[in-house]
Design a protein around this ligand. Structure first.
Ligand code: ZN
Length: 426
């Protein structure tokens, strides 16, 4: 399926202004669309909806994975942030349409794995009384459940299945709706559901031709306070027994996010939901999940997704100086993302001296203006960010794709970078 022609109806004045703000033509930009995925390539699409996180992976053998599908703005409420490309559809539908375009051509789009980092609305979707009902079961459509209305999902992996009781019962109308979705689709479609298990490297795997790509691996790093040790599949517990902890200090939903490290040959990629690395003053040190994760990883990582949208607590100096990202991706969407102090750390060459490029999905004009000149040092401030890794993982490029239409126009291209934390060239 080809990228469709731009639809004028999808480019109202405000969205068009955002498109133009991506910047004047620069070296390496083409103005053309992203060539289709081909076997052996690894594509990682960070989809910018302005409503939360959603990342779509096409793995080297064509296995597909969605990581989160947020929608923080349900119908009938004032939006927290402007929807992208516009308000004519909800985020789940925009995400599903993106997947239909970016999935491997020549077969019906399907999501083999839907992996949810944690249960906040900007990662799974927020329902309101006005959210539409599914035509396929007794639940409403928002975020991940809305994606599933348009693209079949084979398997869901989350941090709570089957009982959703850690660290205390996860109870909200949106989570109740999500659980009704799981039950309904298990009955009707044979949907499989699993809890993410820290330490494993065989829970998310290539399903179509794994023998052809033996260097591909997804290592589960953290969930619910269990963190990989870096040795075999072993894990250790970073949260003390809850009965010894005052309830006000219990781990939050963000602290419980799942994280993984993807490797493909020399290439590596880290992502970890809304995990944090700098506990606020007065909080226990174990509210820092990034330090034990960085110890387990123990080496540079090519592409790092910055936790918690780049808001106040992620990307501590030890984490950054261990992973030394060549490319950082900040999944920002609200006006508090990224926080000035986090952007300062990401740019700080005393923390690590090597070259780096920082891509912000939606760096809102007022946030960027408040940050000042440092805000101009990011590689991109609007748009979908696509990491395309060459067969075997030897090199990769980063494409910034305009997000104000569905045309898939590449506005800038970065790289090729050498896998294994190599230096880039433009
Ligand atoms: Zn979040």
């Amino acid at each position: 399926m080809a990228w469709p022609a731009p639809a004028a109806a999808l480019a109202p004045a405000a969205a068009l202004a955002a498109c133009l703000a991506v910047g004047a033509p620069a070296a390496g930009q083409s103005g053309s669309t992203l060539p289709p995925w081909t076997p052996g390539t690894l594509d990682i699409h960070h989809i910018s909806t302005g409503q939360g996180n959603s990342t779509f992976f096409v793995l080297p053998d064509g296995t597909t994975m969605m990581l989160d599908a947020g929608d923080a703005n349900p119908p009938g409420r004032a939006p927290i942030a402007p929807p992208i490309p516009d308000a004519s559809r909800r985020a789940g539908e925009w995400i599903a349409r993106y997947v239909q375009r970016a999935a491997p051509h020549g077969r019906d789009p399907v999501i083999d794995y839907a992996v949810l980092t944690h249960f906040h609305a900007d990662h799974i979707g927020l329902v309101s009384v006005e959210s539409p009902s599914s035509s396929q079961g007794d639940y409403q459509l928002a975020g991940i459940t809305e994606v599933a209305e348009h693209v079949p999902i084979r398997r869901v992996i989350d941090r709570g299945w089957p009982d959703y009781t850690y660290p205390e019962p996860v109870e909200s109308p949106s989570v109740a709706n999500y659980r009704r979705f799981l039950e309904s689709r298990r009955q009707s479609d044979g949907l499989r559901v699993e809890r993410f298990v820290a330490g494993r490297s065989d829970q998310i795997r290539l399903l179509r031709d794994p023998a052809a790509y033996p260097s591909f691996e997804i290592r589960n790093l953290h969930v619910n306070g269990d963190v990989w040790t870096g040795v075999g599949d072993a894990t250790t517990r970073i949260v003390p027994p809850l009965e010894t902890v005052p309830q006000r200090d219990w781990p939050t939903e963000n602290h419980s996010s799942l994280a993984f490290l993807l490797r493909y040959g020399a290439f590596s990629y880290y992502t970890g939901g809304d995990l944090q690395g700098v506990p606020p003053d007065g909080y226990p040190g174990w509210h820092d999940q990034e330090t034990p994760i960085a110890r387990a990883v123990g080496e540079p990582v090519d592409v790092v997704v910055i936790g918690h949208h780049g808001s106040i607590e992620p990307a501590n100096p030890f984490f950054l100086s261990t992973l030394r990202p060549r490319v950082s991706i900040v999944p920002a969407w609200s006006r508090t993302h990224p926080a000035p102090v986090v952007l300062k750390r990401l740019l700080n060459e005393r923390i690590y001296p090597e070259e780096r490029d920082i891509f912000v999905l939606e760096f809102r004009d007022e946030t960027k203006a408040a940050i000042g000149a440092r805000g101009d040092r990011v590689a991109s401030d609007h748009g979908h960010v696509v990491v395309r890794v060459a067969p075997g993982g030897e090199s990769y490029r980063v494409f910034v794709v305009e997000n104000c239409t569905e045309a898939g126009v590449v506005v800038r291209t970065y790289g090729p970078y050498v896998g294994g934390r190599g230096e880039g060239e433009e």
